[in-house]
Design a protein around this ligand. Structure first.
Ligand code: ASP
Ligand code: MG
Length: 436
């Protein structure tokens, strides 16, 4: 079975839903994962913020603004009176449900319940549409099988144990529709896989059912070799390994949620990035290996903080790095990039929630210097030692850019440099000219 995930713009209009119904047509069984209609999750975030601030008036206004267009959506999605009526009912139920939170105490738990509404609505509407046009489909509630643990990590064994029997039960269904993004947490409450998490759902369910392939359908033709918003003449990369794709997604390629690769890699399930607007385009395939051995792509990640940590003790002090890392571990703050010298270590983080506490603790045994507004530029490809000249090419291209940190040799897939964000556009364009 294949898993196909469609993002917010792919279900964002009634005619888009019509075209994906067309696109999934075939004889094989498919598991379809949907995002919320584009804009909906953002609107739900805004509603939750208003309700958290006890501003019912604003909350009501935002709820109306979100739901009113859905009635029109439904009208255009369906053609029969009966299906239109069912569609209106779906919207009515969710509209009333969200309104029921007005004038009540509202916190993090309620926010997560509200955020789940987007995917619940899009899947209910799409399923109703498939029924109208006669597809043998069933709606599988993701909250029955998607689960995260205390650390917000998905529990793949749980997903496997729950999902497979559900699918096996529906012997005559051909299309299984489910919600991306949403999951239950360790307390059994409604929770989610963080913004953009529908991709992650797709690869998790793909791994759980050992799918033949996971397809991520968006509105661009695959992962590009550079950021198309900053650099002209970028092109889609035909093939990437799991490791290359993971680095690109983590370091800024917006097309894919960074955690998506892991579950697929575990069972060597190819992930294909495809474009609903151009279904015949090849897109990008992410799999075990690729034939290309060179520089494949460049990505950049902003809003990083660089911290230089200098030991106040003498040279050759052992245990220093351990003490440094323990501070970051204590505050559950991941380190992105790291470089070391004999007496100092520089790290970057992107989560500044606990920055003050981290610095405070570090200062008890080292001196620290902090630089904000940093960008990691990550050059991804196959940097085997027997492939000379690639690194020279990169640094020749970057000769005019001031560089704060360089990381090479940590994995064979990436060379990363840290620069001030003000130089990002120049760096991406210079690399584009120099390395492709
Ligand atoms: N609807 C969620 C979001 O907007 C999840 C997703 O679309 O992947 O972040
Ligand atoms: Mg997305």
């Amino acid at each position: 079975m294949k898993v196909l995930k469609f993002g917010g713009t792919s279900v964002g209009k009634p005619e888009r839903m019509h075209s994906i119904a067309n696109l999934i047509k075939g004889n094989d069984k498919k598991l379809i994962v949907l995002s919320a209609v584009s804009g909906t999750t953002n609107a739900l975030v805004a509603i939750s913020e208003a309700l958290s601030a006890n501003d019912s008036e604003k909350g009501m206004k935002l709820i109306d603004e979100l739901f009113k267009p859905y009635f029109n959506f439904v009208d255009q999605l369906f053609s029969t009176t009966e299906a239109k009526k069912n569609g209106q009912k779906i919207i009515d139920i969710h509209y009333e449900f969200v309104k029921s939170f007005l004038n009540k105490s509202f916190g993090e738990k309620e926010t997560k319940i509200i955020l789940a509404e987007g995917e619940l609505i899009s899947t209910a509407l799409f399923q109703e549409y498939l029924l109208e046009i006669g597809y043998k489909s069933v709606l599988l509630p993701a909250l029955d099988f998607m689960k995260i643990d205390e650390d917000n990590e998905p529990v793949l064994t749980h997903i496997e144990d729950k999902l497979n029997p559900i699918i096996a039960k529906h012997t005559d269904a051909q299309y299984f529709i489910t919600q991306g993004f949403i999951a239950r947490n360790s307390n059994g409450e409604i929770d989610n896989l963080k913004r953009g998490g529908s991709d992650y759902t797709a690869s998790l369910v793909g791994a759980a059912i050992r799918a033949e392939e996971v397809q991520i359908w968006t509105d661009i033709d695959g992962m590009h070799n550079n950021d198309p918003r900053i650099v002209k003449n970028t092109f889609p990369i035909a093939a990437l390994t799991f490791d290359e794709a993971a680095e690109l997604a983590y370091f800024g390629a917006k097309i894919l949620h960074p955690s998506t690769i892991l579950p697929a890699k575990k069972y060597a399930i190819p992930v294909r990035l495809l474009n609903t607007m151009q279904p015949e385009a090849k897109g990008t395939v992410i799999a075990d290996q690729t034939s290309d051995r060179d520089i494949k792509a460049i990505a950049a990640k902003d809003n990083l903080i660089a911290i230089k940590i200098k030991s106040t003790r003498m040279l050759l002090a052992y245990g220093f790095l351990r003490r440094v890392f323990e501070v970051f571990e204590k505050y559950k703050t991941p380190i992105d990039m790291i470089t070391t010298s004999e007496v100092a270590v520089s790290v970057t983080i992107d989560d500044d929630k606990n920055l003050i506490n981290i610095l405070e603790e570090l200062k008890s045994f080292c001196t620290v210097e902090v630089d904000k507004n940093q960008t990691i530029v990550c050059i991804v490809g196959d940097f085997l030692e027997d492939k000379p000249g690639l690194v020279k090419k990169i640094f020749d291209a970057l000769k005019a850019i001031p560089i704060r940190m360089i990381s090479y040799g940590g994995s064979k897939n990436n060379v990363s440099v840290l620069i001030n964000t003000q130089h990002k556009n120049d760096a991406l364009n210079a690399l584009n000219e120099g390395v492709f």
